[in-house]
Design a protein. Structure first.
Length: 334
């Protein structure tokens, strides 16, 4: 395949923070007590070691990419490289490359992705739920009439109570950030009432084209996570990728992780100053409407009030619309 991506790029996959996937420390418990900043330092040290060993890659343009909570991992690592680090070559490579963040956590002000943030973020979720037909008109009107669609509602307590009522009425949304925790504690078989964006089109994508379960019963199929686990626990696979023989699990309870909830926009503003030419691309799909939905990402980024260079427009391939993009002076959103 002359158009294959690996004709143009090399990819480093990092299991992070220490203790997840195939990554490991010593058996000292403190090795697994970590947070956003410690993880950034660990990843920076890894990159320095990697490029020392594989020096043939040391001068390449460098991109940091990821999705979901990588919305925190990526800016904190980039900050470490650009402002706190001592590796001038790596910093230069990153400035020529850039950052790509997909459906990312974007801690804005007090926003917390687990659902305890500012009312405006909750209002974004309520609107997404409503316009996807998941909230009653009565509850939606009550939310708005109580001023919960404003930055300063008359009663925050009442808005949080109403959000709880609305969220309860929506039901369980088995989103990526939360499903991992749940699946470690229950069967992999997902109830039909659950919504997992990775599974919405599973039957179609596998060529079936029909739903393979009765809506009144649990589906008979297992999630793709089980197949990944089986594959990564195959001894021949572990040997082929030079991983230490281990029991690979989707979730681990050995890591004690503390989120620092620093506003990501603080990091971005710093990048605009120290690396004004660095590419920064944010992109989000429309399936995730509960954990890190596109509307919350947009709302967060817009708080920086950056000037628009090119207005919202369709992105096409062979004259087919495949998405939408908006270009700001220092970043792109798609």
């Amino acid at each position: 395949n002359v158009y294959s991506w690996n004709q143009n790029a090399n990819v480093i996959y990092i299991d992070s923070p220490c203790g997840v996937g195939f990554s490991y420390g010593t058996n000292i418990p403190s090795d697994y007590e970590t947070n956003d900043n410690i993880t950034a330092v660990d990843n920076y040290m890894f990159l320095q070691g990697f490029f020392d060993v594989y020096s043939e890659f040391a001068s390449n343009d460098f991109w940091i990419t990821g999705e979901s909570y990588a919305g925190v991992y990526i800016p904190t690592l980039a900050y470490q490289i650009l402002t706190n680090g001592t590796d001038a070559q790596l910093a230069s490579n990153l400035k020529r490359g850039g950052l790509m963040l997909g459906n990312p956590v974007t801690n804005c002000d007090s926003y917390d992705y687990a659902g305890k943030g500012s009312v405006l973020e909750l209002d974004t979720s309520v609107n997404l739920f409503y316009w996807h037909g998941m909230v009653s008109r009565r509850n939606y009107d009550t939310w708005n009439s109580n001023g919960c669609n404003t930055a300063s509602p008359p009663s925050l307590i009442e808005c949080y109570r109403l959000y709880g009522v609305i969220r309860s009425g929506v039901g369980e949304l088995d989103q990526p950030l939360l499903s991992a925790e749940r699946s470690a504690q229950r069967s992999r078989v997902q109830p039909a009432a659950s919504i997992n964006p990775d599974m919405l089109y599973y039957s179609y994508c596998t060529g079936n084209g029909t739903l393979d379960f009765d809506v009144d019963t649990y589906p008979s199929c297992f999630t793709l996570d089980d197949q990944v686990s089986t594959y990564l626990n195959d001894p021949t696979v572990q040997a082929a990728i030079n991983a230490n023989p281990t029991n690979w699990t989707e979730c681990t309870f050995k890591v004690a992780y503390r989120k620092l909830n620093m506003p990501i926009t603080n990091y971005l503003e710093e990048f605009f100053t120290v690396a004004p030419g660095m590419n920064i691309h944010y992109y989000a799909g429309d399936i995730d409407i509960a954990t890190v939905p596109f509307a919350q990402t947009q709302r967060c980024l817009e708080t920086m009030n950056r000037p628009i260079v090119e207005e919202w427009r369709p992105f096409t391939i062979n004259k087919e619309v495949v998405g939408y993009v908006e270009t700001y002076d220092r970043y792109t959103y798609a």
